[in-house]
Ligand binder design. Structure first.
Ligand SMILES: [Zn+2]
Length: 387
C-alpha cells in the first residue's frame, strides 16, 4: 500500500510539473498568479513546482510585467534552448538530422545521401548522421526523435516493416538509445509530419490530417490533440488502398493501389509513357511549370484519384483541416485544387463544405515533427490549439 501511495504522489507531482511547464511554454511570458489561474492549482503548489523547474533549468524569470495595482509580477518563461532536441528524418533520398530548439528552430543540421543504402548499411548510416549532430549539440540534449518510412511500433521504436530499406522487426529505437544513452522515440514519417504541423506549424487545430505524398502515400492523424496510430500503428496507411483492381501492378504485389495512381513514381511512369521518353522528377516539375499539357493532365489525374481517397477520409473522420505535404506538393495550387475538387465531390456536402485544404508551409516538416515527437513525450509540451 505504501508503495502504491508513493507512486500516486509521484504521479500527481509529475502531472503538475507537466501542466505548469506546458502553461508557461504556451503563455510565452506569464506570472505565477496567471499560471495558478490557468491550471486551477493553488499558488503554493505552483510556486513549489516552478522552483523545481527553475532548478532544472527548464523555466527562467525574465523580469517584471505591468503592475495591476500591487507589486509588478515576476514573469516566467521556458527558454528556447532550455533543452535541445535532435530530430531525424530517415527519408527516401537523404538521411537528415538537426539540433532543434524547443520552439522548432533548427540550429545545426547534417544530411547524408541515402539512396543507395539498404539493410544494415542503412542502419549504420542512420547512426552516423545522428552521431554527427549529437556531437555538435551545444547545450543539454533532451533526447532523439526519429521519423522513418514504414510501419513502426511507437511504444518501443521497433520498425515492424520498412520496405524501402528492407527493415523487418528492426529495434531502431533501442539501437539508437544504446549508442547515445539518450531517450529515443520513433514514429513513421507521416505521423511525424502531422505532429510537426500540430506542434510547430500554423494550423492550430485539435483534429488534423496531414497527407504525405511522394514515393509512398500515407496520412498522419491528430485526433483530439493526440497522434492516432490505430490498434496496430497502421492508421493512415492509405497508399495501398486499392482504388481500381483492374489497373497497374503495385510494388506491394496487388493491383491498382492509390500509390499506382498518385505517387511521384506514378506520374513519372505515365508522363514518360505519354511523352515517349524517360523523364526525371525535376524535369516533370519544369515541364509542368512551363505549361506542358501532357504533364499537367497527368498531375491533374493523379490529384483526382488522391482526392477520391481523401473524400473517404472526410466521411470517416470529419476532420476540418487537411494538410498536404511531401514532394508532390511542389505542383502547388493546381494539384491542391484538383485534390480538393475530387474530395469534395465524394464526401457528404455539409462535411465537405467544412473542410479546409492547404499545402504545408513548413520546410523540414518531418524532421521538425520528429523533434516534436520527442518533446511531447518527454516534456508534455505543445502549443494549445485555440478553438
Ligand atoms: Zn500497393
Amino acid at each position: 500500500m505504501r508503495g502504491l501511495l508513493r507512486a500516486t504522489v509521484h504521479e500527481a507531482r509529475e502531472h503538475n510539473e507537466r501542466l505548469v511547464l506546458a502553461t508557461i511554454y504556451d503563455g510565452g511570458q506569464i506570472s505565477r498568479a496567471e499560471v495558478a489561474r490557468t491550471t486551477g492549482l493553488t499558488r503554493t503548489t505552483v510556486s513549489d513546482v516552478v522552483d523545481g523547474l527553475q532548478r532544472a533549468g527548464l523555466v527562467a524569470t525574465i523580469g517584471r510585467g505591468p503592475s495591476t495595482g500591487g507589486k509588478a509580477p515576476i514573469l516566467l518563461s521556458v527558454p528556447d534552448r532550455a533543452r535541445l532536441l535532435v530530430g531525424v528524418d530517415l527519408g527516401d533520398r537523404v538521411f537528415s538530422a538537426a539540433v532543434v530548439t524547443l520552439r522548432g528552430e533548427i540550429i545545426h543540421r547534417v544530411a547524408l545521401p541515402a539512396e543507395q543504402t539498404d539493410g544494415e548499411d542503412s542502419v549504420r548510416l542512420a547512426l552516423d548522421v545522428i552521431g554527427k549532430v549529437v556531437s555538435a549539440a551545444n547545450g543539454p540534449l533532451l533526447g532523439i526523435g526519429i521519423a522513418a518510412p514504414g510501419l513502426i511500433d511507437t511504444t518501443d521504436g521497433t520498425v515492424i516493416q520498412g520496405v524501402t530499406r528492407s527493415w523487418r522487426q528492426l529495434p531502431l529505437g533501442s539501437l539508437v538509445a544504446d549508442r547515445f544513452s539518450l531517450p529515443v522515440y520513433v514514429a513513421n514519417d507521416s505521423q511525424a509530419a502531422a505532429l510537426g504541423e500540430h506542434v510547430f506549424g500554423s494550423v492550430r487545430a485539435l483534429n488534423l490530417v496531414v497527407i504525405k505524398v511522394g514515393v509512398g502515400i500515407s496520412a498522419g492523424l491528430i485526433l483530439n490533440g493526440q497522434l492516432f496510430g490505430g490498434d496496430g500503428f497502421g492508421a493512415g496507411e492509405i497508399g495501398h488502398t486499392v482504388m481500381d483492381p483492374s489497373a497497374e501492378r503495385c510494388r506491394c504485389g496487388r493491383w491498382g493501389c492509390l500509390e499506382t495512381f498518385a505517387s511521384t513514381g506514378a506520374i513519372l511512369a505515365r508522363s514518360s509513357e505519354l511523352l515517349g521518353r524517360p523523364i526525371t522528377f525535376d524535369e516533370a516539375v519544369a515541364e509542368f511549370e512551363r505549361g506542358n499539357s501532357v504533364v499537367r493532365s497527368v498531375v491533374h489525374d493523379a490529384a483526382t484519384v488522391l482526392g477520391v481517397a481523401v473524400g473517404g477520409l472526410i466521411g470517416l473522420l470529419h476532420v476540418r483541416r487537411i494538410v498536404l505535404a511531401g514532394p508532390m506538393a511542389v505542383f502547388g495550387d493546381p494539384w491542391l485544387g484538383a485534390v480538393q475538387t475530387a474530395a469534395r465531390a465524394r464526401a457528404l456536402g455539409v462535411l465537405a463544405d467544412d473542410t479546409v485544404f492547404t499545402i504545408s508551409k513548413m520546410d523540414d516538416l518531418v524532421m521538425l515533427g520528429a523533434s516534436a515527437l520527442l518533446m511531447t513525450h518527454e516534456l508534455g509540451l505543445q502549443l494549445r490549439p485555440s478553438m
